[in-house]
Design a protein around this ligand. Structure first.
Ligand code: AHG
Ligand code: MN
Ligand code: MN
Ligand code: MN
Length: 338
């Protein structure tokens, strides 16, 4: 099969972008290359996971109370490694680390950015060969250059992200990232080991016909949310229903489908867990940023996800994201019915 070699690689693309910005230093482009490198290493391990002793539990529980998988730890280590050795990142926060990690060496202390990531999203799916991914959000630090970064650099609202992205290890491996200028997708060409631009300037359709939610929680949801979901299952004069339901259980894969095809992804709060399950800082904020740049909408049910001022690193939030009109309709249901 011929692969079109005129597609820009991730590196070529990001370098071209920063050259057109006055005073840009290229640190962001270097940072994206570093993350791309970690993604390639994670991809190799995910691909051969069944052959080597890397499936299964690591035998520990993370700060969220979840069983940690060996691949969670591997992915976390790879990301920390590339970002620590790179020139752009002063420190990181991760789903798998209780606290922030401050790199605190001369180059890192002079770096512009901090990064928050979910090293492996959907890790409960690893052992069954389902798509999983990595999610990241990049913030310009607010502490002074030349000093170690600190908690303040991480507890910023999602609207302050400089870039955000994810990588999906699926039927192909794709890296999608957004800056305020747009959202672009790069598919890994395994023959040359490079991410190549395959999905330029992604825009999410304003409407969609796919809703994505864990139905097992239905009877734990608010009445408004139950009514919205029920509406998705029925045809009425205006909605063109019934819609299709898709729920992979790896948010990154569910959000990617929503971004490309249009639709809505919902992980609501439940009566037992009012804040839901997903983590604001390294799951919802990056996805909300990407979705908004692509023309979509994200909310926690009462406010824009990107406006939430975080109080703690691992805080959770209900999450509704996707096509603008579908998200608005869902919010209308939730806000008119208690
Ligand atoms: P992680 O694997 O990073 O801990 O994230 C798991 C999350 C997310 O990927 C997914 O959308 C959600 O858990 C699925 O939860 P349910 O099994 O409750 O539907
Ligand atoms: Mn987890
Ligand atoms: Mn996750
Ligand atoms: Mn994870």
């Amino acid at each position: 099969m011929n692969i079109n070699r005129q597609y820009a690689t991730l590196d070529e693309f990001t370098i071209k972008q920063y050259r057109s910005i006055p005073n840009a230093t290229g640190e962001l482009s270097a940072l994206l290359r570093d993350i791309g490198l970690a993604a390639k290493r994670i991809n190799v391990e995910v691909n051969k996971a069944g052959l080597v002793d890397i499936l299964g539990d690591a035998g520990s529980v993370n700060v969220q109370g979840e069983e940690v998988k060996k691949l969670d730890i591997f992915s976390n280590t790879q990301l920390i490694g590339v970002l620590k050795h790179g020139i752009s990142c002063a420190g990181i926060a991760s789903e798998e680390m209780d606290d922030i990690v401050v790199f605190n060496d001369e180059i890192s202390n002079n770096s512009k950015y901090v990064v928050m990531f979910d090293p492996l999203d959907g890790s409960a799916n690893i052992d069954t060969n389902t798509s999983i991914g990595t999610i990241f959000g990049v913030y310009r630090r607010v502490t002074s250059p030349g000093t170690p970064c600190g908690t303040r650099d991480f507890l910023q609202a999602g609207s302050r992200q400089v870039a955000a992205g994810y990588i999906i290890y699926g039927s192909s491996t794709i890296l999608v990232y957004a800056t305020r200028r747009g959202v672009n997708g790069f598919t890994l060409d395994p023959s040359i080991g490079e991410f190549c631009l395959s999905h330029p300037d992604i825009k999410v359709p304003e409407d969609g016909k796919i809703y994505s939610v864990n139905h097992a929680n239905f009877f734990l949801l608010s009445r408004g949310m139950q009514e919205y979901i029920t509406n998705c299952q029925h045809k009425n004069e205006t909605n063109g229903g019934p819609y299709t339901n898709r729920y992979i259980g790896s948010m990154v894969a569910d959000v990617h489908r929503t971004l490309i095809k249009g639709g809505i992804f919902i992980y609501p709060g439940t009566t037992q867990k009012p804040a839901g399950k997903l983590r604001l800082m390294y799951e919802c904020n990056p996805c909300a940023f990407i979705m908004e740049v692509a023309g979509g909408k994200s909310s926690n049910g009462s406010m824009r996800i990107l406006d939430i001022q975080p109080a703690k690193l691992h805080e959770r939030t209900p999450f509704i994201t996707g096509s603008k009109n579908m998200v608005q309709e869902c919010l209308d249901y939730c806000n008119t019915t208690p």
